[in-house]
Design a protein around this ligand. Structure first.
Ligand SMILES: [Zn+2]
Length: 139
C-alpha cells in the first residue's frame, strides 16, 4: 500500500540530511566553531551563532528524553495507528535532540532514559524516515 501520511520537505538546508537517511546514514549538523551538534538542520548554530556547519555521520544511538502517547489522531494516515509514541530523543555524544516516533515497543513500555537506536524506514522512492526502537541488550 502506498504511503499515505504527510511527507517532509526534503529540499533546502536539510537536503543532505534527507539524502543521507535514504542511504541509511544519519547525518547530523555539527558546528565547527563550538564543536557541538544540533538538530534540526539550519544555517546558524543554535549554541553559538556560528555558520561553519558540516554534517557528520552519527551512530544513531540515544535515549528517550521525553515522550507522549498519542491515543487519538486526526492527522491523515495516523488515525488507525493509535496508540503510538512520539518522543524527544537525546542523541548520544552531544546536545542534539530530535522529535521522532518510537517503534517496536508497546507505548506503555516506553520510559524516560530508555536507550534507543535509529531505524530507517523507506516510505517512498526518495524518502526514508528516522524512527527509533529500543536498543538491543540496552547499553
Ligand atoms: Zn556552534
Amino acid at each position: 500500500m502506498a504511503y499515505n501520511k504527510p511527507l517532509p520537505n526534503t529540499k533546502g538546508v536539510s537536503e543532505i540530511y534527507w539524502k543521507g537517511l535514504k542511504e541509511k546514514k544519519f547525518l547530523i549538523p555539527h558546528c565547527n566553531e563550538c564543536n557541538e551538534m544540533f538538530f534540526y538542520p539550519r544555517v546558524v548554530c543554535p549554541h553559538c551563532g556560528g555558520t561553519n556547519i558540516e554534517f557528520q555521520d552519527h551512530n544513531g544511538k540515544g535515549e528517550i528524553y521525553s515522550y507522549s502517547i498519542v491515543e487519538k489522531s486526526f492527522i491523515q494516515g495516523f488515525e488507525k495507528e493509535v496508540p503510538y509514541t512520539v518522543a524527544l530523543v537525546q542523541l548520544e555524544g552531544g546536545k542534539a535532540r530530535m522529535m521522532t516516533n518510537i517503534i517496536e515497543c508497546e507505548p506503555e513500555k516506553v520510559e524516560i532514559g530508555m536507550p534507543v537506536e535509529i531505524h530507517f524506514q523507506d516510505v517512498t522512492d526518495e524518502i526514508a524516515l528516522p524512527h527509533f526502537k529500543p536498543m538491543k541488550g540496552g547499553r
